[in-house]
Design a protein around this ligand. Structure first.
Ligand code: TYD
Length: 201
C-alpha cells in the first residue's frame, strides 16, 4: 500500500481550487490510489458552527473566529486527516492553514494567527491555484453565484494580497508551497496540478 500523503489546495474564490481538488481526487483514484476529498471548515461540529457564524457575523466577535478555525483544524486532523494518512490514503484538503493566515489576518495580527496554527502538521504539498483577482471575479460572475465577496473590491484585493503573504509565510516556515497557474481550462490546470502531485507521490 502506498504511504499516506496530505495535499492541500488553496486559492481565491473563483480560482478553481475546489474543482481542481475534486479532479485531483478522481485522478488519484483512477491511478490506483486510495484518495479522498476533504475541506475546511470541516463537516464536524466546530466546522458547522463556523459556517453558521459566517452566515450571521453577529453570532461571534470577530477575534473569536481564528480560534474556532484552529479548533476545527485540530478536530479535523485528529478525527479524519491523521487516521486516513495512517491508513495510507492520500487526503486532498480544500483549504488549510494558508486560508487562516490569509483570512484571519484581518481579525488578528498574522504572527498570532501563525502561532495558533504553528503546531499543526505541514502538508506534503500545498498547491496555490494562482489566478488574478479580476479573473476570479469574472468566473464567479459567470457561474451566477453570490458575488457579495467581490462587491467590495477593496476588501477582495486586500484578501488577494493577504493570500500572497500567507503563501510566503508558509514557505518561510518550511512548508512546501507550489503556485500553479490557474489560467486556461479546467483540463489544462488539472494537468499542471497533476505534474506537481506526481513529484510528491
Ligand atoms: P469555503 O467552504 O471554502 O467557501 P467557498 O467554497 O464558498 O469558497 O470556506 C468558507 C469560508 O471560510 C471562506 O470564506 C473562507 C473561510 N475560511 C477562513 O476564513 N479561514 C480558514 O481557515 C478556512 C479554512 C476558511
Amino acid at each position: 500500500m502506498s504511504k499516506g500523503r496530505f495535499i492541500v489546495v488553496e486559492g481565491l474564490d473563483g480560482s478553481g481550487k475546489t474543482t481542481q481538488a475534486r479532479r485531483l481526487v478522481s485522478t488519484l483514484q483512477a491511478t490506483g490510489h486510495l484518495a479522498r476529498f476533504t475541506a475546511e471548515p470541516s463537516g464536524l461540529p466546530i466546522g458547522k458552527l463556523i459556517r453558521q457564524a459566517l452566515l450571521d457575523p453577529t453570532q461571534l466577535g470577530e477575534a473569536t473566529l481564528p480560534y474556532l478555525f484552529a479548533a476545527d483544524r485540530r478536530d479535523h486532523l485528529d478525527r479524519e486527516i491523521l487516521p486516513a494518512l495512517a491508513r495510507g490514503e492520500v487526503l486532498v484538503c480544500d483549504r488549510y492553514v494558508g486560508s487562516s493566515l490569509a483570512y484571519q489576518s484581518f481579525s488578528l495580527p498574522l504572527e498570532e494567527v501563525w502561532s495558533l496554527n504553528a503546531r499543526f502538521p505541514a502538508p506534503d504539498l500545498t498547491l496555490f491555484i494562482d489566478l488574478p483577482l479580476e479573473d476570479c471575479a469574472a468566473r464567479v460572475r459567470a457561474r451566477g453565484a453570490a458575488l457579495e465577496r467581490f462587491e467590495d473590491m477593496d476588501r477582495a484585493s486586500a484578501l488577494a494580497a493577504a493570500y500572497g503573504l500567507s503563501m510566503a509565510t508558509l514557505k518561510a516556515r518550511g512548508h512546501k508551497v507550489v503556485a500553479v497557474d490557474g489560467h486556461g481550462g479546467a483540463d489544462e490546470v488539472a494537468a499542471r496540478v497533476w505534474a506537481e502531485v506526481l513529484r510528491c507521490l
